[in-house]
Design a protein around this ligand. Structure first.
Ligand SMILES: [Zn+2]
Length: 576
């Protein structure tokens, strides 16, 4: 009898254990230093979606790897139609493994969804949680143990580049990869109010396990930016402190030790949160510290996401209202900043938990090396700058006109939910037109491109003939910031800078000098003012005066023979 009872007890315990073990993640089953592979991760979410009606998993487009991108949703009310959800709930979107060698978020989010489904943590009533379980699938399939040379675990992880070796966290505007196009589909479908992108840091050593980037608040827009900077971010930091997790803004100090201070990382639209901020979404990057134990990093990533969920759930109405108000700031005729600079007059200090650092003679090179002494932790006030100031502004036009031939640009606008109309007939319209006056180009390949920078344009008002079917894109829409950042050539991540319009930089036609000599004589004869200008330039520019070819070219470029398309930016601005 006693034995029977004992056996029964054993059986109950083992059934109970089995029931609980069923939902242990790959990470939890290991020794704390193992991360789930791509297939283990997807299989786990499929298990959750099968067992819990509050969780749904769906395929959302292609990736360069050939595997589909997945999106997983938790909604306590079991509603998965996002136009319904957006009516009365906030959406928090979590992206994992964009750098597949930084998988903390992959493992932490599996636990998070399980705990939400099982009711092990507070159920959000007003917030729907969405995750991309593994974003860089090609990178995740390319598993190894060496490509993160400075990182402490996990034992095996993926690679930074995707299936075609693109860094997906530079691809959000140029969209060379299928991953980016599928991300846009998820992002616009969910209309995420809050976004988290999970990473692991490189760089300095310090005491923190968790560092964070909040999307640059000046750039986000006054209404939402002020709220993020003065209310939401401090509240998240405080909530994490309550859980005994100290945090610091991302330690953006790569040349020297952080105690001399550092400025906020500025994420232009090529980066995930730079892109999401174009649609008035509050974005955070979690950067755990690469030299901390993997299990600790997964834990703090988990807690950051929980704090963000709790805050969003309490403040969901305010966040949704402020997003709409933020959008209203960007109206035609108002100024919009396309270039920002850190405002060093606005440095503050904060209490930083670091390790004493210094330099000593290197054992391997002929130079000195930086080192951190972990036996000497410190708490010091260090300078920190998070304010940025405008250095270049444009005036927001009423609309842009894009000739229908530039379909790669049109396709990206469509992919980003931009609305437009097409001209019903050939039409002459008065527009502001840009000529490319100057730009520099990187000497080496950067993310599959030879990126332009320091672009300058000159502008004039002129009447241009447009064709039936050309695209008129109003700026009075939700994606206005996306339009301004991509279509204004001088903006840092403009389509121009990403080589979409390089064909306009090359002259297609020319002339034979011996023939054009006679034409040039005739041109100057018929146009004394032009002849005067030429003589003036010769007198005042000795290099020009000594260069007959340049003189002939100057006449050509001031004649009707010079092609209009050369250096002409083909997207035009309608001002009224
Ligand atoms: Zn990263």
């Amino acid at each position: 009898m006693q034995l029977l009872r004992f056996c029964f007890l054993l059986l109950t315990v083992s059934i109970f254990a089995q029931k609980n073990n069923k939902y242990d993640t790959f990470f939890e089953k290991g020794n704390g230093n193992q991360s789930a592979s791509y297939s283990e991760t997807i299989a786990y979410y499929k298990l959750l979606a099968t067992d819990f009606p509050t969780i749904e998993i769906q395929e959302m487009g292609a990736t360069d790897s050939g595997e589909p991108l997945h999106m997983v949703t938790f909604n306590a009310e079991k509603e998965f139609n996002f136009s319904e959800i957006q009516k009365n709930k906030a959406v928090l979107l979590i992206n994992n493994g964009i750098h597949a060698g930084e998988p903390d978020g992959i493992d932490a989010t599996m636990q998070l969804f399980r705990d939400l489904a099982l009711g092990r943590i507070k159920t959000p009533k007003n917030t729907v949680i969405v995750t991309i379980p593994v974003y860089n699938i090609g990178g995740a399939l390319n598993r190894n143990s060496t490509s993160r040379a400075n990182q402490d675990g996990p034992e095996i992880y993926g690679f930074r580049g995707n299936a075609r070796n693109y860094d997906l966290n530079r691809d959000f505007i140029k969209s060379d990869t299928r991953n980016t196009k599928s991300f846009a589909a998820i992002f616009h479908k969910t209309n995420a109010d809050v976004f988290i992108d999970n990473h692991v840091s490189n760089g300095a050593d310090y005491q923190y396990k968790l560092t964070y980037i909040m999307t640059q608040h000046n750039k986000l827009g006054t209404v939402l930016g002020d709220f993020l900077n003065t209310e939401m971010m401090p509240a998240l930091v405080k909530d994490l402190q309550k859980k005994k997790i100290e945090t610091t803004p991302y330690v953006n100090a790569f040349q020297d030790t952080p105690d001399k201070g550092f400025g906020q990382f500025f994420e232009s639209p090529r980066f995930a949160t730079g892109y999401t901020s174009l649609f008035n979404t509050i974005g955070f990057v979690v950067e755990t510290h690469m030299l901390k134990k993997y299990a600790d990093r997964v834990k703090v990533t988990y807690e950051y996401m929980r704090s963000a969920i709790d805050y969003t759930d309490t403040n969901y109405q305010k966040i949704k209202e402020l997003r709409l108000k933020n959008e209203e700031q960007f109206q035609p005729k108002k100024a919009y900043t396309i270039k920002w600079e850190i405002d060093s007059t606005k440095a503050t200090t904060f209490s930083f938990l670091g390790f004493e650092g210094g330099y000593k003679k290197s054992d391997v090179t002929s130079g000195n090396r930086l080192f951190y002494d972990r036996t000497k932790p410190y708490k010091k006030n260090v300078p920190f700058i998070k304010e940025f100031k405008p250095v270049k502004e444009i005036i927001i036009p009423e609309a842009y006109i894009i000739p229908k031939g530039f379909w790669p640009v049109i396709d990206l606008l469509k992919n980003n939910n931009i609305s437009y109309r097409q001209l019903e007939k050939d039409t002459i319209i008065e527009v502001e037109s840009y000529k490319i006056a100057d730009f520099k180009t990187t000497n080496s390949a950067y993310e599959g491109h030879y990126l332009h920078r320091n672009t300058l344009v000159t502008s004039k008002i002129e009447k241009v003939a447009f064709a039936k079917g050309d695209y008129v894109v109003s700026t009075q829409q939700k994606g206005v910031k996306y339009l301004l950042e991509t279509l204004e050539p001088e903006a840092i991540d403009s389509f121009f800078n990403w080589n979409f319009f390089d064909t306009m930089l090359q002259q297609k036609e020319g002339y034979s000098e011996y023939v054009f000599e006679d034409t040039a004589t005739q041109i100057l004869k018929e146009n004394p003012k032009l002849k005067e200008e030429l003589e003036y330039k010769k007198q005042n520019d000795s290099a020009f005066n000594n260069n007959p070819e340049a003189q002939l070219d100057w006449i050509y470029k001031h004649s009707v023979y010079y092609e209009k398309a050369h250096l002409q930016y083909p997207v035009y601005r309608i001002l009224k």
